[in-house]
Structure formats: structure tokens, C-alpha cells
Write a protein that binds this ligand. Structure first.
Ligand code: AMP
Length: 467
């Protein structure tokens, strides 16, 4: 029985036309490491031959011994993947590479398809054999099976059948193709370097490779890049945008620009709103680093309460929630953050946190802060209570596991061990956004899913159909 969850958080990066395409992709993935730490992979092409290297672990681990540098290439795509408990396996590492009647084809995907189950059933009943349990592989089968004459039409036909969130890169021997779903749920941007094109999940990856940010790939846009240049198409009907608001709360890197704004400045504005909504007398404001840093700064500026570093982060530990086993995850909480007793002793503390998911990590953290001598601990969270799971690519647990779905704010404060708890309202969150509220997906807060979820999709879709 296979027990892989389909949900994904990932980062993708691609280069066309640069002699150091493989190395640039390595660097790009390095900058996107926060989007996934479980596996990494790169596919390169020299115009004739396509090669792949992927493995489990961080980018530096996967490409530690033997990289792709021995293979001159001008075209490359790469992927970093985060997965949840139980789905840790090499067969699900991306990019996926296949050989089909028209040559080689690779895909790197960030997002989650909501009709994966139905499409996979159809494909399997017509003879397709899958190597993985990932929804991304479905796209590659659809493309390979298409009877359309040219690649462009095959891509259009394949993508017209999938529903859900996707930011995608395809590589053939000679082309790089980028696509973003019509609602634009996940980010994707286009840059230029020495006259060549670079595509990345977030602009921080362009910065690292010194590529100039040109623009975001638009929702519903499909871009073909080959030696003749770049061609852009919008083959599907225009849809309402549904940019993932949680990218701004937690997932994206603060130095990135996406959905029309810089992540750090937006988080800082969230912190200011939070201070306006829930003021609190206290001696200091501190973040849970690093994801709470920007909002804590905003909270401190708005409230006038001094900003302090009450806990110090060990940077050589990944995001704790990424660790697959609960025991290790618990250790991870302690390893990652260490309280500064001299700062906390006898103090009334406001902690600014970006989000509470299960509440278990926060509970452990608060305990260590109390042990370090904090007199009062008030938590302010820079988003509303997370009540609904995400089907579009952020890994939130099931509704039952989301603490805010079945407990009141007071009950959560009790569980976590806080003197008080305040969440930013959805109204307040919108005030901090660079675009009008209608542009965002806020399903995790209000259960309004902008891409309809097929019946039965809920817990572990693919797991059910292939077990
Ligand atoms: P917990 O107290 O167990 O809910 O963990 C809260 C911490 O998890 C916060 O510091 C968040 O930054 C972090 N977090 C944010 N998003 C996620 C996610 N998708 N899955 C797990 N943890 C997350």
C-alpha cells in the first residue's frame, strides 16, 4: 500500500539560454530552499540530450558529491519539495522526466491539482503506468498522450484538463515552458540574465543569480522559451484571481516580491494592524524568528513597545514542521529556538507569531519561555485563526487537526499556555495587502474555496485511490 499524501509545497526554478544553466539552477534552488527541504532535483539539456539528478535532502546534500557540472547545458529546470509525514520517498522527488514518442519531457510543479484522482483513473484505464503518486505526473501523461501535432497545442490540451493550483515548468531538449493556473494561486516570476531567461517561484531566487526581475508570470499565462525567444499565450478563459494569502503570512521569503508586493513590508504592515487591533501593556515585543520577525517589527513600531530578541534561532536546523516523525519534530522545537533568560526574566512579553496550526509547537515554545523566567506571555498572531485545510498546495493538516477549527480563542490560549491571545482579523489582514481583497484566496480562514473541490477530496486523495 502506498500512503503518500498528494499535498505539496515546493519551489521551482528554470533557465533558458545560459551556458551555466545547471549551476544557476542549483543556486536558484538554494534560494528557494525554504519552500521545500525534503528532496531536490535538476534536469538539464544541451539541446540534444537531457540528463537528470535528484535525491532526498537539501540542495547542498543532493548535489554534494557529483553535480551536473560535467554536462554542458544551456537549459535547465529544478525543483525543491516539501512533503508531509509518511510521503518521504525518492520516487516522488521532482522534476519528473519521461521519454515519449516526441523525445524527452520533464516537469517541475508547485501547487496541487484538485481533479488528480479523476484524471489518474482515466489515464490508468487507458493504459498509463505511473511511476509516482504525485499529481504532477498526471500532467506529463496528459501531454505525452496528446495527439496534437505541435508542443504548444499539446501543452494547451493537457492544461485545459487539469483543475487546481499550478505553477509549472516543462523542459524538452530545446524548450523551456512555464505556466501558471488561471487563478494564479502560486507565485511564479520571470527574470533576465545576460540576455537569457530565468523563471522562479520567488524573486529572491532571481536576486541570488543576479537575474533582473522582469515581471510575474500572469495567471493563466503560458510562456514558451526557445532559441527564437519568448512567446506568451493565454489560451484559457480569464478567471478571478486567487493569490494564496498564506504566501504573505508564512511561506514566502521576506525578501521576495510577489502578487504585487514585497513580503517583508506586507508582514510589517500586518504587525501594525495587529497592534492596532490588540494592544497590550508589556515590557517587550519579540518575534518567533524568523517567520515572525517582520510582523513583530511592525507591532513594535505601532505600539511603541521595544522590540527584543527573546529567543535565538539556530540557523542550521530546517523548519521544524518539516521533520517527518513526531518525536524528532518535538526535539526540533527545542533545538531550533533557545530563550535568552537575561532578556525574559521577570518581563511581560508580547510574542508575535505568524500562525498557529496545530498549537503543539507553540505550546512547547511557551513552556521554555516560562522556564526562562518570563512573567506574562501574550501572543499576537499576524493572521486570523486557521480553520480549514488547503487543497491548493500549502500543507495544512485535516480540519480536525487544525486547532482553531474546533477550539475558541480562549481555549487555544489555554492549550498553548498563554496569558492572552489575539489574532489579526481578516479585515485587518486585507488592509496590509498590496491588492484588493477579491484578488486573494483566503480559504484557510473562511472556508471559501475559489476552485471547487471535487466531492470526496479531503484527506488523502491519491492515497485512497491507489491503496
Ligand atoms: P504549531 O504551534 O504546532 O501550530 O506551530 C506553529 C508554527 O508552525 C508557527 O511558527 C508557524 O510559523 C509554523 N507553520 C506555518 N505554516 C505551517 C504549515 N503549513 N505547517 C506546519 N507548520 C506551519
Amino acid at each position: 500500500m502506498l500512503n503518500d499524501k498528494p499535498r505539496e509545497e515546493c519551489g521551482i526554478f528554470g533557465v533558458f539560454g545560459h551556458k551555466d544553466a545547471a549551476e544557476l539552477t542549483y543556486l536558484g534552488l538554494y534560494a528557494l530552499q525554504h519552500r521545500g527541504q525534503e528532496s531536490a532535483g535538476i534536469v538539464v539539456s544541451d539541446g540534444k540530450k537531457v540528463r537528470i539528478q535528484k535525491g532526498m535532502g537539501l540542495v547542498t546534500e543532493v548535489f554534494k558529491q557529483k553535480g551536473l557540472e560535467g554536462y554542458p547545458s544551456h537549459l535547465a529546470i529544478g525543483h525543491v519539495r516539501y512533503s508531509t509525514m509518511g510521503s518521504s520517498s525518492l520516487k516522488n522527488a521532482q522534476p519528473f522526466l519521461v521519454e515519449y514518442s516526441n523525445g524527452s519531457l520533464a516537469i517541475a510543479h508547485n501547487g496541487n491539482l484538485v481533479n488528480a484522482q479523476e484524471l489518474r483513473r482515466k489515464l490508468e484505464s487507458s493504459g498509463s503506468i505511473f511511476q509516482s503518486t504525485m499529481d504532477s505526473e498526471i500532467v506529463i501523461h496528459l501531454l505525452a498522450k496528446s495527439r496534437k501535432k505541435n508542443l504548444q497545442d499539446r501543452v494547451f490540451e493537457a492544461l485545459s484538463q487539469v483543475k487546481g493550483a499550478y505553477s509549472l515548468l516543462f523542459l524538452t531538449e530545446k524548450e523551456l515552458i512555464a505556466a501558471r493556473d488561471p487563478q494564479g494561486v502560486r507565485p511564479l516570476c520571470l527574470g533576465q540574465l545576460d540576455g537569457t531567461y530565468v523563471i522562479a517561484s520567488e524573486s529572491c531566487a532571481l536576486d541570488l543569480t543576479r537575474a533582473k526581475f522582469l515581471r510575474e508570470i500572469e495567471p493563466g499565462e503560458i510562456v514558451f522559451i526557445d532559441e527564437k525567444g519568448l512567446r506568451s499565450f493565454k489560451p484559457f478563459p480569464k478567471e478571478r484571481h486567487s493569490f494564496c494569502i498564506f504566501e504573505f503570512i508564512y511561506f514566502a521569503r521576506p525578501d521576495s516580491y510577489l502578487f504585487g508586493g514585497n513580503v517583508h513590508l506586507i508582514r510589517r504592515a500586518q504587525g501594525r494592524e495587529l497592534a492596532r487591533e490588540y494592544s497590550q501593556e508589556a515590557d517587550l515585543v519579540m518575534p518567533i524568528p524568523d517567520s515572525g520577525n517582520s510582523a513583530a517589527l511592525g507591532f513594535s513600531k505601532e505600539s511603541g513597545i521595544p522590540f527584543e530578541m527573546g529567543v535565538i534561532r539556530n540557523h542550521y536546523v530546517g523548519r521544524t514542521f518539516i521533520q517527518p516523525s513526531p518525536y524528532i519534530r518535538d526535539l526540533g522545537v527545542r533545538v531550533k529556538l533557545n530563550p535568552v533568560k537575561e532578556v525574559l526574566k521577570g518581563k511581560r512579553v508580547v510574542i508575535v507569531e505568524d500562525s498557529i496550526v496545530r498549537g503543539t509547537t507553540s505550546r512547547t515554545r511557551i513552556k521554555t519561555l516560562r522556564e526562562a523566567g518570563a512573567k506574562e506571555i501574550h501572543m499576537r498572531v499576524s493572521c486570523p485563526p486557521l480553520k480549514y485545510p488547503c487543497f491548493y498546495g500549502i500543507d495544512f493538516p485535516t480540519k480536525e487537526e487544525l486547532i482553531a477549527s474546533n477550539r475558541s480563542v480562549e481555549e487555544i490560549a489555554d492549550f498553548v499556555g498563554l496569558d492572552s491571545l489575539g489574532y489579526l482579523s481578516l479585515e485587518g489582514l486585507f488592509k496590509a495587502m498590496p491588492l484588493p481583497r477579491e484578488e486573494f484566496c483566503t480559504a484557510c480562514f473562511n472556508g471559501v474555496y475559489p476552485i471547487s473541490i471535487p466531492k470526496g477530496m479531503g484527506k488523502h486523495t491519491l492515497e485512497r485511490i491507489i491503496s
